[in-house]
Design a protein around this ligand. Sequence first.
Ligand SMILES: [Zn+2]
Length: 307
Amino acid sequence: MRLYLLQMALNETSETPVPAYLIQTDDGSNVLVDTGFARDAVGRAGWRLGEEDLIVNQLARLGLTPGDIRLLVCTHFDADHAGGHDAFTASELVVQRAHYEAARRGPHAARFAGSREHWDRSDLRYRLVDGDTELLPGVELIASGGHVPGHQSVLVRLPETGPVLLAIDAIPRALGEYTAATRPIGPYDADEAGVRASTRKLLDLAAREGVALIIHGHDPDQWATLKKAPSSTRRRRPAGDIGGARRDGVRGWGELSTVRLWIMIGLLVGLWLVGVLLHTTNRFIHLLPVLAIVLLVWLLTNGRRSA
Ligand SMILES: [Zn+2]
């Protein structure tokens, strides 16, 4: 089981991320959690969101097409979570019944009208679930309404890292000193009592299950520390599955190494050329090209692992 963190968009001022997640099971099933903004948000002022960040293009970089996604977990239908659902006509879309019904009609429906063309389509195949549900062995849906009716979070049991809780917007930022009773309520939280109850439920679950990591839905500070799957905006970073990679799952050393290596190689080659030009007889100078070659080999093998 592997978990990939996909950065669908990033607010340029607050650095607030819009994530999606890909879970790959050992038997080769792909489970996608959310799809980010729709194509019409590309280039929107204040957001780092290019054509290359759309879910279909992020999957392509992982060697996947929408047809490879067996299950699409819909945490909720806000525009930053459901904008790409219309591409997944071959998948089974799994949503809480309470959310599906609230989004389609009633007092909450207006909130989801803007993204409705992407999630309410006759060619999308939904499975409606009621409450906590084991989706697959090691992947559990946790009902966590409050932010919106029928919101759901996801518990993923990674073999080496341990259980990871994708809290999504039920706990969008780390609580720090706050508790479920005192945490701030956001402007988009529909129901304060529900938010507090779901926060408590998720914290209790995390304690009970020994959750190794709670990934928050929109936390810029936490997001900056997590290893993401490759994208054009982060081209130099290594592939970002955190499954079975606890030691480097939080802070990848490799993120800047390619740039640094090129600079080092440039400096070494420069020194060597200066030595040649000055006809120096210092034998140490002759070691520099050897060092440069060693570094180059290291760079090339590192690059291949990251591809
Ligand atoms: Zn959100």
